[in-house]
Design a protein around this ligand. Structure first.
Ligand code: ADP
Length: 448
């Protein structure tokens, strides 16, 4: 950084010069843009250094300079010819040094040098070369006042400073009072809030307890329902099977011949009993799955084999000439799952698709999507309205007016399929457009 440009210089020989330097310091400070308080600080520091040097009988040269570049600051250099004063002077100036930003006391080649500087505030005018010249010429016209004048100015400054201190103290007291008031308000609010929070917490805890109790009751009710269903359907199976057997016996060739009317009636009995048996079986399956009594039998499932079996067993059902029944080759050969349960779900979905498709196609495929295998059963059948697409997974729900093209159905197939897929660690969902067809998707993790 360049050394500061000199603005004005003077000498201190006698006590009176100390007053003059003090005045000059304040004037230079004002002209370069120091604030009032800083002007007083700099002038006081200068007069202290001057006083000490005069008392020591030193004749001193004082140079004021400013740094226009780098950090703008006003610098004062005091230099006298004698050597060896630096340490003692530095000790005496320890207090005074606090009035300025930096103060350095050292023994130079030509004598002892005291250099002090005070930074200019950011809003001070820029010290362009022109401005520096203006300051210099203003300072040439500066006439020092008498020590009395200086005393008067100092007194005024003291009074002003005392007033300012008092005003600041009053401000501080007022601020303190406001702060205390605010604190009290904040504390009151805090207490109120924490009371409310506690109250709310107690409410939430009570609510949770109630919820827990309700869910225990619900679980107990659901278990009771499953038990009841399982028992009833189990008890019903034996007599229904007996009715079917007896019906078969009655229409057996070895039995006494029946009139054609009797034969028709026996057929009706057998048909109804078969429907009843499939309902009872479905109910029993669902009850078992709901009661958590179905433990999957995990093993490596050969999907090719499962698809082959489904193709073989379901093709006889897909007899409608306008419907293509397609079981694609699975894109994934194996899967860790329960073969029986998986086949049951896919069979169920395919049977539905065949039941509700008059023309077009019914297609089963398996593809890998991320860490999952997706089985899709897509048909071009009746489709399901969007608002009913969740309802079909409810027990006994059948879309009103939907006409199964074969077989009656119980409305238990899809809820059961969803249960099974859940047990296998996956999800069953449907997307469908009425009149265009439906796609049921079973997503299973590759390794559950
Ligand atoms: P079910 O087939 O025995 O009636 P499900 O639970 O399997 O019972 O199906 C419930 C209802 O969902 C069916 O009655 C039918 O209205 C509708 N549904 C199921 N699958 C299809 C499908 N592929 N196309 C159109 N509707 C379907």
């Amino acid at each position: 950084m360049n050394s500061p440009d000199p603005l004005v210089s003077t000498r201190i020989r006698v006590e009176q010069d100390v007053f003059a330097v003090r005045q000059l310091g304040r004037e230079v400070g004002r002209l370069v843009g120091l604030e009032d308080q800083d002007q007083i600080r700099l002038a006081t520091a200068l007069s202290e250094v001057g006083r000490l040097l005069v008392a020591a009988g030193r004749e001193t040269e004082v140079v004021f300079a400013a740094s226009p570049d780098g950090v703008p600051a006003l610098t004062v250099k005091l230099e006298h010819a004698a050597h060896g004063d630096a340490d003692q002077l530095a000790a005496q100036l320890a207090q005074v040094a606090r009035l300025v930003d930096s103060m350095e006391v050292r023994d130079g080649e030509t004598g002892t040098i005291v250099r002090m500087s005070r930074r200019l505030p950011p809003n001070a005018p820029v010290l362009s070369p022109g401005r520096m010249d203006d300051i210099r010429s203003e300072l040439t016209g500066h006439v020092p006042g008498s020590p009395f004048d200086e005393l008067a100015v100092q007194n005024q400054q003291l009074i002003a400073t005392l007033d300012e201190v008092r005003a600041q103290r009053d401000d501080l007291a007022r601020l303190n009072a406001e702060l205390e008031e605010t604190n009290r308000g904040v504390m009151a609010l805090y207490h109120q809030l924490s009371d409310e929070l506690e109250e709310t917490n107690r409410g939430v805890v009570a609510l949770y307890n109630e919820l827990d109790e309700k869910s225990v009751q619900l679980r107990a009710a659901s278990e009771a329902k499953s038990r009841f269903l399982a028992n009833v359907s189990h008890e019903l199976r034996a007599p229904v099977t007996a009715i079917i057997g007896l019906g078969r016996l009655l229409s057996d060739d070895a039995s006494d011949p029946l009139t054609s009317e009797q034969e028709r009636q026996v057929e009706l009995i057998r048909g109804s009993a078969a429907d009843l048996l499939s309902l009872v079986n479905d109910l029993l399956d669902l009850a078992k799955a709901e009661a958590g009594r179905l433990e999957p039998n995990w093993s490596d499932v050969d999907l090719k084999a499962v698809f082959g079996q489904l193709r073989g067993t379901l093709r006889p059902l897909a007899t409608r000439p306008g419907v293509d029944f397609v079981v694609e080759e699975p894109a994934v050969p194996r899967l860790h799952s329960d073969e029986v349960l998986l086949a049951q779900v896919l069979r169920n979905l395919l049977t539905n698709a065949i039941k509700f498709t008059a023309e077009g196609s019914v297609r089963l495929a398996a593809t890998r999507v991320g860490g999952e295998i997706e089985f899709t059963v897509a048909d071009t059948g009746a489709g399901i309205a969007p608002e009913l697409q969740e309802r079909i997974f409810e027990e006994f729900y059948q879309v009103p007016g939907s006409q199964a093209l074969s077989g009656k159905g119980t409305g238990l197939g899809l809820p059961y399929a969803r249960r099974l897929v859940g047990i296998l660690g996956g999800a069953l969902r449907v997307s469908s457009e009425p009149g265009k067809g439906s796609t049921f998707t079973v997503s299973l993790p590759v390794s559950p």
